[in-house]
Design a binder for this molecule. Structure first.
Ligand code: GRF
Length: 191
């Protein structure tokens, strides 16, 4: 798992382990809450600080993930963009979660943008990562209605509650072999 921030999705995945196991928690931020959560759970951790160059950073991340023997790279609030090497070395094996119904509102301000546009429904998306940011074959989406009087914090809190349900469900579905990617279409056959 790759996480830079508060690590609430990491926590949800930690709590749901069983059908899958978290091999390593990687962060670019020493001292992040995500790393604290991993350490509290007794998981291996590593920090790859931003070296100022995306290619060098991507190689270091991919090497650490490969050395841990991980089959899947799960991004949750990882605020760095990985280079092409990551897609080449982990084809269709990198996941991301985003707090909007993609392709609406990609980028770091999805919740604010949804409020600014006055949408009545937003949501969360789990997708495979491709070359573009917040882009790639969509695995699962959950709609979340925007309430009158919502601000960024109140809406993000409801979005995160859905994130914490859907992300572990997707990772478990992948572990069970229920989720397949054919061309750019994701199929989820529940067993
Ligand atoms: C989540 O809202 C996720 O959708 C976005 O970054 C946030 C990470 O939150 N990509 P956390 O660190 O898992 O609490």
């Amino acid at each position: 798992m790759l996480a830079s921030g508060s690590g609430s999705n990491l926590q949800a995945l930690i709590d749901d382990q069983g059908e899958y196991r978290i091999a390593l928690v990687l962060s670019d931020k020493p001292g992040s809450r995500a790393l604290e959560r991993a350490e509290q759970a007794g998981l291996p951790t590593a920090v790859v600080a931003w070296p100022g160059e995306r290619g060098v950073f991507t190689t270091a991340i991919c090497d650490a993930v490969a050395a841990a023997g991980a089959e899947l790279m799960v991004l949750a609030g990882f605020m760095r963009i990985l280079g092409r090497e990551a897609i080449d070395r982990f084809p269709d094996r990198i996941l991301n979660i985003h707090p909007s119904l993609l392709p609406a509102f990609p980028g770091a301000h999805a919740v604010e943008s949804a409020l600014e546009h006055g949408v009545k429904v937003t949501g969360v998306t789990v997708h495979f990562v491709d070359e573009e940011v917040d882009h790639g074959p969509i695995i699962a989406q959950v709609p979340v209605p925007v309430a009158a009087g919502d601000d960024r914090d109140s809406l993000h809190a409801r979005l995160q509650a859905e994130e914490h349900r859907i992300y572990p469900a997707v990772v478990a579905g992948l572990a069970r072999g229920e989720i397949t990617l054919e061309e750019r279409t994701v199929r989820w056959r529940k067993t």
